[in-house]
Every structure is written in structure tokens, then in C-alpha cells.
Ligand binder design. Structure first.
Ligand code: ZN
Length: 173
């Protein structure tokens, strides 16, 4: 019987080769991926800080180019049927209401307002279309986020659309 050299357990499955169990291998792989992702993110961040204007104008160009393609298709679909549009909006309003905690304070609502103000401010000053996004989507597949400032962020509309959301400010699945 094999004993894992990482966790000293013999209870887990082992691959054909090696003395590390599948569970430990998976966590090693996960750490490796996270490290890699952190490195890539740090590179992107540095690149962004050193080339902010270039990145913003490239984003804007990309958005402009895509707005005519991708968004038109989505918008057409969305607007082609007023009933469907209305039902999307109703569903969204319901979801926001349902996911807004009863214990939100006035200050929380002010913070939410602030995020929309920031979003408009960035658009006005850079031309980049922004969106207020729910980090954990209100209708997530596994867990649903709250409509509260801590779960909200201002991101580009493009990023928001890449999250799969075309109509509101949360992910649709
Ligand atoms: Zn192990």
C-alpha cells in the first residue's frame, strides 16, 4: 500500500506513477496555477501602470469595434421582443430586490450610489463604457451574491459583457 509522501496518508487514490496522492497532486497543481495567475496579473498590472493611456485607448478601440458587432447582435435580440425585454427587466428588478439585505444602512445605499457616480465619471473622462458589476452574481450558479457595496465593483462594460452579462449588471447563466 502506498503512503503519500506529502500527507502521510494511504487513504487517497494514487496515480500509476509516484508517491504523492491525487488529492495532494491536485492541491500542488492548484497552488502552481494560483502562483502563475498572480505572476501574470502582476505583469498585467505593471503593464497597465506603465502604459495606462495606451491600454485605455486600445480598450476603447476594441470596445468601439466590438460594439458594432457583438453588442448589436445582443441588443437586437434583446430589443426585438418588447415582452421578452420587459420580462428580463422584471426578473432583474425582482432579483435585485430579493438579494438586497434588509439590514443595509443609509450609508450602504449612499455607497452604491457612489459606485454609479464613479462609473459615470470614468466614462465621462476616458470615454470607456463602464458598468457596476456584482462580484458574486445575484443569480450565481452555486452561490448568489448580495446587492450591497462590498459585492459591487466598477468594471468596464466590456469586462462585464465578457462575464456573460448583456442587459443588467450581473452575470446571466
Ligand atoms: Zn497526499
Amino acid at each position: 500500500m502506498k503512503v503519500c509522501i506529502k500527507c502521510d496518508s494511504s487513504e487517497n487514490d494514487f496515480p500509476k506513477v509516484g508517491n504523492i496522492c491525487r488529492l495532494c497532486l491536485a492541491s500542488i497543481e492548484k497552488k502552481r496555477r494560483e502562483k502563475k495567475r498572480d505572476e501574470i496579473n502582476a505583469q498585467r498590472r505593471n503593464y497597465y501602470l506603465e502604459n495606462t493611456e495606451k491600454v485605455l485607448s486600445r480598450n476603447k478601440k476594441y470596445q468601439d469595434d466590438n460594439r458594432d458587432k457583438v453588442r448589436k447582435i445582443n441588443r437586437d435580440y434583446y430589443h426585438s421582443d418588447p415582452e421578452r425585454r420587459q420580462s428580463y427587466q422584471n426578473a432583474r428588478r425582482k432579483r435585485v430586490k430579493l438579494q438586497t439585505p434588509k439590514w443595509l444602512t443609509k450609508n450602504d445605499f449612499k455607497k452604491i450610489e457612489m459606485l454609479y457616480t464613479i462609473s459615470r465619471f470614468i466614462k465621462k473622462n476616458t470615454g470607456v463604457e463602464m458598468a457596476v458589476d456584482h462580484i458574486v452574481p445575484l443569480n450565481g450558479k452555486y452561490v448568489s451574491g448580495f446587492n450591497m457595496p462590498e459585492n459591487m465593483q466598477v468594471i468596464t462594460k466590456l469586462e462585464n459583457e465578457q462575464k456573460g452579462n448583456f442587459h443588467g449588471s450581473e452575470r446571466r447563466r
